[in-house]
Design a protein around this ligand. Structure first.
Ligand code: SF4
Length: 268
């Protein structure tokens, strides 16, 4: 079992990454390349250079690392941070969420952390693109309480164009995961002119209707906060001029999803 892995941040007191108050651990590495990505620092699997200050969690600040995002950590280091907030989890029915990037890319490291949380009776969630071999889901079923699962584009050609990968495996895995009775919170990025089209939302609503064990749907608005990260990392920003939707436009989209009858929120 791997006891080390690469992460790029730890966020405390998170209220948008699953139920209750949570500690979110951001893994490095992602198999997708979404045009709208708000976490470009997550994509490469290993630490990388940036210009300016980006890495927020660094208890043992090392000036020589100030231009690097991401670091190799042990499961013990991560558990130490998670365990500090056990009283908050107990009061709020919260816990730990493993996000990214794609946490399944470091499946042994992830599995080890999930199991350690369970030994301490800490609730667990993973935030996943779903783009992985289904056997990875099977190996973490028992130690995962919630799956925060991204759903982006229903048309496969568009999915390939805007994320770099096919949606087939993602949608198949989601169906299997819900058929097996796992608790799923769907996370849907609402990207103007890309994912918010009538066609895409209509097909998505149909697909969601056919799924079992969906607990909640989170609609994630596009925003501009990642623009400065793209600059600092000298990475291409594919949507520099895209305007976010306003509150009324987001509410209109929310009303379409409300017909499904699931708890629904904007943000997450
Ligand atoms: S799946 Fe998430 S982290 Fe990966 S590229 Fe897309 S938006 Fe970024």
């Amino acid at each position: 079992m791997h006891t080390t892995g690469y992460i790029f941040d730890i966020k405390k007191y998170s209220i948008n990454d699953g139920p209750g108050i949570r500690t979110t651990i951001f893994f490095k590495g992602c198999p997708l390349k979404c045009w709208w990505c708000h976490n470009p620092e997550s994509r490469e699997p290993e630490p990388e250079e940036f210009h300016g200050c980006l890495f927020r969690w660094n208890p043992d600040f090392d000036p020589s690392l100030k231009n690097v995002v991401g670091r190799r950590v042990t499961t013990s280091e991560v558990m130490k941070e998670i365990e500090k907030d056990i009283p908050f989890y107990q009061q709020s029915k919260g816990g730990a969420t493993f996000s990214g990037g794609e946490p399944m890319l470091q499946i042994d490291f992830l599995n080890s952390l999930l199991k350690k949380c369970k030994l301490k009776d800490i609730s667990t969630a993973i935030d996943t693109t779903g783009y992985t071999d289904y056997k990875n889901f099977e190996c973490i079923y028992d130690a995962t309480d919630y799956f925060l699962y991204d759903l982006k584009l229903m048309n496969d050609d568009e999915h390939i164009k805007y994320t770099g990968v096919s949606n087939k495996n993602i949608h198949d895995n989601l169906r299997k995961l819900t058929d097996a009775g796992n608790k799923v919170i769907l996370r849907i990025p609402i990207i103007p002119t890309i994912t918010d089209t009538a066609q895409n939302l209509g097909e998505m609503l149909n697909f969601i209707t056919s799924l079992k064990t969906v607990l909640e749907i989170d609609l994630l608005p596009f925003h501009k906060t990642a623009d400065s990260k793209y600059e600092k990392m000298r990475k291409e920003n594919k949507l520099p001029n895209l305007k976010p939707l306003n509150d009324e436009e987001m509410e209109n989209i929310k009303s379409k999803f409300s017909k499904l009858g699931y708890p629904l929120k904007i943000g997450g």
